[in-house]
Design a protein around this ligand. Structure first.
Ligand SMILES: [Zn+2]
Length: 1024
């Protein structure tokens, strides 16, 4: 999945550790039924929420606002006792359960068992009565490692629910689903039925699966009797599970069939089976429905075993109005006209796959298609936008061919559809054979899509197509290994483009993404990319940039270390060995170890990166021909003397370096630094050394004073001896080290003094990013004079490059992006020539009623300058509502949101929240822009607070979009008052409390900003 698109990471300015944010140990345990659900060695059992009422010693964050108090707990206890007795009967031969769940005539044995249970229950009541009162309060007793007891949860009808855990038991596995759906897009409801063929792996009485739909009838049939029997169903809403109580024991090795009839609403919140309306080019209202199941929403469209490890095949049938097109994962098998203008489409049985990859779409669509060796690749859009699909089709065809060759496995389906959804929250989703995209991530308009837009589309298509192998063909067994899916897809996204679209220079984007992810990963609130994910909240939080960008960075490091050939052999082996299977990280490392013939323990090396959060700071010091190196955790910590528990952190680091004597084309690597320190013998005395060539390693390097000095001098003498990646890497590292207090900030500015001779995009972008962060903090604290001096200094450095820019779309993609960045910088800081040129272009464009074409790469800058006037702003808004290019719409929206008029900004945010004129998923984009500029920066957070409930309802408190909205509206705060205020706000939010990782991150960033300013303001004032 691609939850975020452009500018994926927010920009934390930060620098310290605060012990208050140290991670709490996972609170949990309990209710284990190990015979049914053997634990993976690295798993921690999640505590079932439904049982919490009766759990002792929970941490405060485990209790929700709506959980019952002591009294109701005691009441429930009695009920649980009754149900526990019924639980026993499922496994005891003396019992049979009638359809309504009541006991039949009890035997003597029953009486004994019941008496025993009464005694146990009374004892438990006594124990609970004697427990401290705090046990059942929201706050809990704040003691760690307390013993935990469990009594089984209750189903919605008050009966015992026969399963306590969030993960499903493994005694029953699904084999095949037959899903019949009849959606009504205007009433936003659907009726459906599902037939599931299952196999029992162990004897049992119950079938536990996921569902949140309204089930009206369930029948059960065993392979032997082939007679349908209506059966009872129990619901456990807290875990979104249902239990089918079988009329007979299910025996290991036998197959059974469940048939369920049900109905539900089509969701309006962009997840599950969701629908919406939109207006077409002739202003007619149209309806559309699509799916977004990853990670946990398939269960809201059909009852299923909704875990990635339960793979099965799917036959899908959809009844639709005749004017619509219906699509699903597989090609269409038949279309049968029914009465009343309805048509029933049936799709071929799918390959074996996970539920989160199932997809179906109903709407008015047209397509462009091309055959690639027996696979029909199609781009689907709403009819009027099919003309914007050429670029996507061409790109998808090239990428499909590339991946088939590289992975040495043919794409297994006969078709691959890429669909532009007119209103969607996720950037894109890799459903097997039916990949969905937001319109702006798939469609390309020649007149308005900039080079950055094209790169983004190409990258996202590359990412989603890579998933057809990484994720779809080979799938992680559980969400704790989601980084395998996302890290690989992100790695392949850049790798494939380097191979087949080299001219796009996407390595520049990857470098930028790496710099930003390292900023996040150096916070206390970071996490290991391979983390426990047991609750739906934790699973949602796994879809963060760490899984994507850090995951990809680690794979890049490994590829560079092992060589491209070895890397390719290992992943080909891995994909072949586990096709249609479910894996864990170890399976990947085993493939690597097999290819390296055990000469290197890849698992041991890589686990130092995947199981530890953060990354190393490598300090190097040159003495004659020797290079002394040592490692420690790079940890943003402004408070001297605080050294949190970082001493035990140790990474196996593949160190690489280049010197002024070395040949750049000869990549040099030393053996792993797997100890705290080591010595590298240089073959000769050298003038300078640069460690971490091209930033292929995921670490920051700090040099001794003389060595920094030698590098700074080399950059001034001739920067092009080093690669542009290395120059960008040096700029990044020295500013990050300045933030850490390891080098004076002034020295970082000394290093970028060479920028007048810089010709490449990556180093300039990074310098502007780093200095931009400082500018933003100074400006937001009202140090306008200092902020102006900073801008003047940077402008002076880059004045030649800015002067050379033209207002055109000429040049290579990299040059075009540089132009976009430089002119944006010049106009944002009101450089006169820039603003005059942009204003003239805007006036001409407005005079032509927006029909005259503008250079696409500078369009945003032109619009931003134009939006400063009342007339310009209103014209842009009118234009926004009348055009159908999403690329142009986004540029206009950014311009509208960079206004300095707070009333306009508020109106924009409110209108987007309402979702009529501006779609709600665009709100994140608006808030991000509003929050960065001075007049809007306080307004954005106020808006978020005031509209919190509506935001949560529309976007979900823990969704990626909400996490980004909170981060973007607070990341430039740098006062204690703001810190307290944000903290107090989250203390009172049931949906997003202080225990959430993103809330901790937001608070940590503010705290770091405060300390950064405390530390650097004085020296900035002095020398800037
Ligand atoms: Zn993905």
């Amino acid at each position: 999945m691609e939850p975020f698109t452009n500018d994926r990471l927010q920009l934390p300015r930060n620098m310290i550790e605060n012990s208050m944010f140290e991670e709490e140990p996972d609170v949990v345990d309990l209710a284990k039924e190990p015979c049914l659900h053997p634990l993976e060695p690295d798993e921690v059992e999640y505590e079932p929420r439904g049982s919490r009422l009766l759990v002792r010693g929970l941490g405060e964050h485990e209790m929700d606002e709506d959980e019952e108090d002591y009294e109701s707990s005691a009441k429930l206890l009695g009920m649980s006792f009754m149900n526990r007795s019924s639980g026993l009967r499922n496994s005891a031969t003396g019992y049979r359960q009638s359809p309504d769940g009541a006991c039949s005539v009890p035997s003597a044995r029953t009486m004994v068992v019941c008496a025993f249970v009464v005694v146990v229950a009374v004892s438990v009541i006594m124990v609970i009565y004697l427990l401290p009162r705090c046990t059942f309060t929201k706050e809990g007793c704040h003691k760690k490692n307390q013993s935990i007891e469990l009594i089984q949860p209750l189903a919605a009808n008050g009966k015992l629910f026969p399963w306590t855990q969030m993960r499903l038991p493994t005694n029953i596995v699904p084999l095949r689903y037959e899903l019949n759906l009849h959606p009504n897009l205007t009433s936003m409801t659907f009726r459906a039925s599902v037939t599931i063929s299952v196999q029992a792996l162990q004897d049992t009485w119950n079938i536990i699966l996921h569902s949140t739909v309204r089930i009206s009838r369930v029948t059960f049939m065993s392979a032997v009797s082939s007679q349908e029997k209506q059966v009872e169903i129990l619901e456990h809403p807290r875990h979104e599970q249902i239990a089918i109580v079988a009329p007979e024991a299910l025996l290991a090795g036998h197959n059974y069939t469940l048939k369920m009839e049900y109905s539900s609403n089509i969701s309006s919140s962009y997840r599950g089976f969701y629908g919406f309306s939109y207006t077409d080019e002739s202003n007619e209202k149209k309806y559309f429905a699509a799916t977004q199941f990853e990670p946990l929403a398939a269960r809201s469209a059909f009852p299923c075993f909704d875990e990635p490890g339960f793979k099965a095949t799917f036959i899908i049938r959809i009844i639709r109005d005749e004017q619509y097109t219906a699509l699903s994962n597989m090609p269409k098998k038949s279309s049968v006209p029914l009465e009343d203008g309805l048509v029933k489409d049936e799709f071929f049985e799918s390959v074996k796959m996970s539920t989160y990859l199932v997809a179906f779409i109903v709407g008015e669509m047209k397509n462009l298609s091309q055959d690639v060796n027996g696979t029909l690749v199609s781009i689907y859009t709403v009819p009027e936008k099919v003309g914007q699909a050429h670029h996507a089709l061409e790109t998808a065809v090239k990428l499909l061919e590339f991946y088939q060759n590289y992975f040495e496995i043919q794409y297994p389906l006969k078709k691959l559809d890429l669909v532009a959804i007119p209103d969607s929250k996720a950037g894109a989703m890799e459903n097997w054979g039916l990949v969905t995209f937001r319109e702006e991530t798939l469609l390309c308009d020649n007149n308005t899509s900039s080079v950055a837009d094209r790169k983004l589309m190409t990258k996202i298509i590359a990412h989603e197509l890579a998933h057809q192998w990484f994720g779809n063909l080979v799938t992680m067994r559980w969400w704790n290994d989601i980084w395998l899916n996302e890290g690989f897809a992100t790695f392949m996204e850049y790798f494939s483009l380097e191979k087949i679209f080299k001219e796009l220079s996407t390595y520049e984007d990857f470098l930028d993404a790496q710099f930003k992810i390292m900023k996040k990963d150096s916070l206390s609130s970071s996490r290991p990319i391979s983390s426990s994910a047991q609750s739906s909240q934790q699973i949602g939080e796994m879809f963060d940039p760490l899984s994507y960008i850090k995951g990809a960075s680690l794979l890049l490091m490994l590829k560079t270390f092992l060589s491209e050939d070895v890397f390719q052999h290992a992943i080909v082996l891995y994909l072949h060995n586990h096709s249609y299977g479910s894996i864990q990280s170890d399976d990947l490392w085993d493939s690597f170890n097999q290819v390296t013939n055990q000469t290197l323990d890849v698992k041991k090396m890589m686990e130092t990166w995947t199981l530890q959060k953060g990354f190393p700071l490598v300090t190097v010091q040159r003495k004659g021909k020797e290079l002394f190196v040592q490692q420690e955790r790079f940890f943003l910590n402004m408070k001297p003397g605080i050294q949190p528990s970082n001493a035990s952190y140790l990474w196996h680091i593949p160190l690489s370096y280049v010197t002024d004597g070395g040949n750049y084309s000869e990549y040099r690597s030393v053996s792993l630094l797997d100890k705290k320190s080591g010595v590298i013998n240089l073959t000769e005395e050298v003038g300078w050394v640069k460690v971490n060539i091209n930033m292929n390693g995921y670490y920051i390097v700090h040099y001794a004073d003389d060595d920094w000095e030698a590098l700074i001098k080399q950059l001034q003498r001739n920067p092009h001896v080093l690669s542009d990646k290395d120059r960008a890497n040096l700029i990044n590292n020295i500013f990050e080290l300045a933030g850490l207090g390891k080098v004076p900030l002034q020295r970082a500015f000394d290093l970028i003094n060479y920028l007048g001779n810089e010709t490449h995009t990556a180093p300039i972008t990074e310098a502007l990013f780093q200095t931009g962060l400082i500018y933003n903090l100074l400006e937001k604290l009202g140090h306008m004079d200092l902020a102006s001096r900073l801008v003047a200094r940077v402008f002076k450095l880059l004045q030649n490059q800015i002067k050379q820019q033209t207002w055109t779309d000429e040049g290579t993609p990299s040059m075009r992006e540089l132009r976009s960045v430089l002119l944006e910088f010049a106009c944002t800081y009101k450089q006169e020539n820039c603003c005059t040129a942009a204003m003239k272009l805007f006036d001409d464009w407005m005079a032509s009623n927006g029909t005259q074409s503008l250079p696409t790469d500078v369009m945003t800058t032109v619009f931003k300058v134009g939006a400063k006037t009342e007339k310009g702003w209103s014209f842009l808004l009118k234009k926004y509502n009348s055009i159908d290019s999403e690329a142009e719409k986004n540029k206009i929206l950014e311009a509208l949101a960079s206004s300095e008029n707070v009333q306009k900004l508020y109106w924009l945010m409110k209108t987007s929240l309402d979702g009529d004129i501006i779609q709600t998923p665009k709100l994140y984009f608006i808030i991000r822009t509003v929050g960065r500029h001075f007049p809007g920066h306080l307004l954005a957070w106020d808006f978020v607070k005031e509209n919190w409930n509506t935001l949560v309802k529309k976007l979900h408190a823990r969704s990626y979009t909400m996490r980004s909205i909170v981060a973007e509206s607070t990341h430039l705060f740098s006062t204690k008052a703001h810190l307290s205020e944000v903290q107090a706000f989250f203390e009172n939010q049931p949906e997003a409390n202080l225990q959430l990782r993103y809330v901790q991150e937001v608070l940590e960033v503010i705290q770091l900003n405060i300390h950064w300013m405390e530390k650097n303001l004085k020296s900035l004032t002095w020398w800037l």
